[in-house]
Design a binder for this molecule. Structure first.
Ligand code: IPM
Ligand code: MG
Length: 362
């Protein structure tokens, strides 16, 4: 029996996690998936309920779980709180406390959605890249940090970009190993022309490459990488980068696929335990309106099956079911294009479930 902890969070989080739970429940009740699900608060809703974004009880449950499915955190009502007590700290605290250092963010363009991308079809069709983002280090966690008043009376804001060589090697190995299962190309993204920390990053990646001679390693500065992602994204297979650069580049990569509402992610620890979440945010403007796209969260369940439960057959079926729903022309608002049928969050979830059932009886 595997334990899955559900952390719906804020904004559209509860709606999209609800649709993913439909899929998990179906697999449990009809396909013998041996799971038990439990829910806990995180983010703004946890601040409202318990006074903090990552309550001790949530962290305890997360430690006991085999996998975690998270919706999204954050919202305007908590933005005036000090950074230490904001909803985002709940997510960052969870990633850090459980050592989820490797964030895998695939950007895959479903051929059915080629019209939904803002880029020309020939630029994006066939796109299949994976961003491997370092998730528990770098400027997100470095010290010193904060805002203080200097001797001359000026307020100063400080954050620190810091990586140890072992942190760099750990995420590098992950990228090379994954590239071996894909097209054997790794592009490491840094700012080695300006930042010493990423000079070390580049050096360590280069050293690692000698142990993976079957994988091709290239390097790009982050500004160029951003440009290349928009200019010719199909040149990439695996991109490996720091926490902050990965945050930024993965939003850009998401838009190549038509909508950020399509992109799942997996954050893994050293043992393969994972936190699974869509890469998009809590979208408070559309929360509770049955408008959000649940596919990124449903696809995150597929990643959970693939990486933590080592059940790639079921993961494939979920992805196939999503493809079929898109084939039928169903679209949430974010991926709508002329001639397609707009459906809500719940209808989209139901359609995936129906497609999954059909696949199972074929
Ligand atoms: C993401 C998000 C988070 C991050 C926020 C919500 C803390 O943007 O997962 O990409 O910056 O990592
Ligand atoms: Mg982000």
């Amino acid at each position: 029996m595997k334990k899955i902890l559900l952390l719906p969070g804020d904004g559209i989080g509860p709606e999209i996690v609800g649709e993913a739970v439909k899929v998990l429940s179906y697999l449990r009740d009809n396909r013998g998936l041996d799971i038990q699900m439990e829910e806990a608060p995180i983010g703004g809703s946890a601040i409202d309920a318990c006074g903090q974004p990552l309550p001790e009880e949530t962290l305890e449950k997360a430690r006991e779980a085999d996998a975690i499915l998270l919706g999204a955190v954050g919202g305007p009502q908590w933005e005036s709180l000090p950074i230490e007590r904001r909803p985002e700290k709940g997510l960052l605290g969870l990633r850090s406390a459980l050592g989820f250092f490797a964030n895998l963010r695939p950007a895959l363009l479903y051929p059915q959605l080629v019209e939904a991308s803002t880029l020309r079809p020939e630029v994006v069709s066939g796109l299949d890249l994976l961003i491997v983002r370092e998730l528990t280090g770098g400027i997100y966690f470095g010290h010193p940090r904060g805002v203080h008043v200097r001797e001359d009376g000026q307020r100063v804001g400080v954050n620190t970009l810091i990586y140890t060589e072992s942190e760099i090697r750990r995420i590098g190995r992950m990228a090379f190993e994954i590239a071996r299962k894909r097209n054997r190309r790794v592009c490491s993204v840094d700012k080695a022309n300006v930042l010493e920390c990423t000079e070390l990053w580049r050096e360590e990646m280069t050293n690692l490459a000698s142990r993976y001679e079957d994988v091709e390693l290239t390097h790009l500065y982050v500004d160029n990488a951003a440009m290349q992602l928009i200019r010719a994204p199909k040149q990439f297979d695996v991109m490996v980068t720091t926490n902050l650069f990965g945050d930024i580049l993965s939003d850009a990569a998401a838009m190549l696929t038509g909508s950020i509402g399509m992109l799942p992610s997996a954050s893994l620890d050293e043992l393969g335990k994972g936190l699974y979440e869509p890469i998009h945010g809590s979208a408070p403007d559309i929360a509770g309106k049955n408008l959000a796209n649940p596919l990124a969260t449903i696809l995150s369940v597929a990643m959970m099956l693939r990486y933590t439960f080592e059940d790639s057959a079921t993961a494939d079926r979920i992805e196939q079911a999503v493809g079929q729903v898109l084939d039928r022309g169903l679209r949430t608002a974010d991926i709508l294009s002329p001639g397609k049928r707009q459906v809500g969050t719940r209808e989209m979830g139901d359609a995936v479930l129906a497609a999954l059932e059909r696949l199972d009886t074929e």
